[in-house]
Design a protein around this ligand. Sequence first.
Ligand SMILES: Cc1cc2nc3c(=O)[nH]c(=O)nc-3n(C[C@H](O)[C@H](O)[C@H](O)COP(=O)(O)OP(=O)(O)OC[C@H]3O[C@@H](n4cnc5c(N)ncnc54)[C@H](O)[C@@H]3O)c2cc1C
Length: 326
Amino acid sequence: MAAPVSVDVLVIGSGASGLAAAVSAHRAGASVALAAKGSLQSCNSAKAQGGIQAAFGDDDSPEQHAEDVWKSSHETADRRLVEVLTGEAPGAIHWLEELGVQFTRENGGYRLAKCGGASRKRLLQVGDRTGHAITAALRDAIEASTVKTFTKSPLSSLEPAANGWRAHCGEHVIETGAVVLAAGGRCYREARERGELSTNHPGATGEVTQMALDLGAESRDLDALQYHPNGGAWPANMQGYSIPETTRAYGATLLNAEREEFTDPLGPRDEVSQAIFDEVASRLPMVGLPFTSTRPGFPRPTRTSRCRTCCAATVPRGSTLCRRRS
Ligand SMILES: Cc1cc2nc3c(=O)[nH]c(=O)nc-3n(C[C@H](O)[C@H](O)[C@H](O)COP(=O)(O)OP(=O)(O)OC[C@H]3O[C@@H](n4cnc5c(N)ncnc54)[C@H](O)[C@@H]3O)c2cc1C
């Protein structure tokens, strides 16, 4: 067992939320430690290809953004939290730029795309590797700071202590005044238990949420998981890869086996996902995502991107990506 460490703030998780919390606490003058289950790079945030939303369009506003989120939540979201999210989003984008994130620009402004459930174009991107770019910039900021990082150090227990909290992270015991739990969700474990495909990284198993609940944390909507409408289903080596929403934002449509559009491809994600399941279950045994990569305005994905592999290799122009009912 390593010698105990003592800090003002301990952050659990190295996704965008944990990295941003650690950078912010450090800038505010706190001594900070960050513990992650695997490498710092292993997280869902780094996998996000689609983009990040903020109201920058001439026809847009944080209020309109909040309205869209409210409607997409079927009016069940916490409006106060939604307003913080949408009101602070433009400032968060500028904060990331200050850290070195270079959002893609066109015509003198940000390149904005319209994504599911949005009434305006407000999705900012860094090429097609937005999450990678954001987390890389945040990790650079951490590396240039005095934040102590503990990799391969999963939080296994958290208990109240004299001056705050005592955490066991791998072989480390960390005493801390405050702890930020930013360990992400549980979709990888949930999908594995159900025998379904997941685009999540293997660390998304949710045990930290359970620890927080056991310690009395308030929670809401724990039954709500995000279903991404389209992903790699065939061939087998593409299973579990996400086909980002921008594919639909830039022109891909959802067609059934008779090549009819059966839903708005840019509806809220839960509605689009449900429409796909309904279509497959009730009428036709397959749906597809015909994708015209030569469509004007489609951002050319980088060669290294799985999206490019997926779209170019399995969904050539005019054909369909099929998901068959077994
Ligand atoms: C393929 C894919 C594409 C996506 N695309 C987009 C998109 O385009 N736009 C968008 O807004 N959202 C997108 N999302 C959703 C988005 O990525 C997540 O909502 C966001 O990354 C969550 O950030 P996070 O920091 O909370 O969690 P994560 O990024 O998952 O980070 C969680 C961290 O906690 C660590 N951890 C877990 N358990 C422990 C433990 N016991 N001890 C210590 N550390 C632990 C993990 O190792 C990881 O470092 C996408 C998600 C996926 C999977």
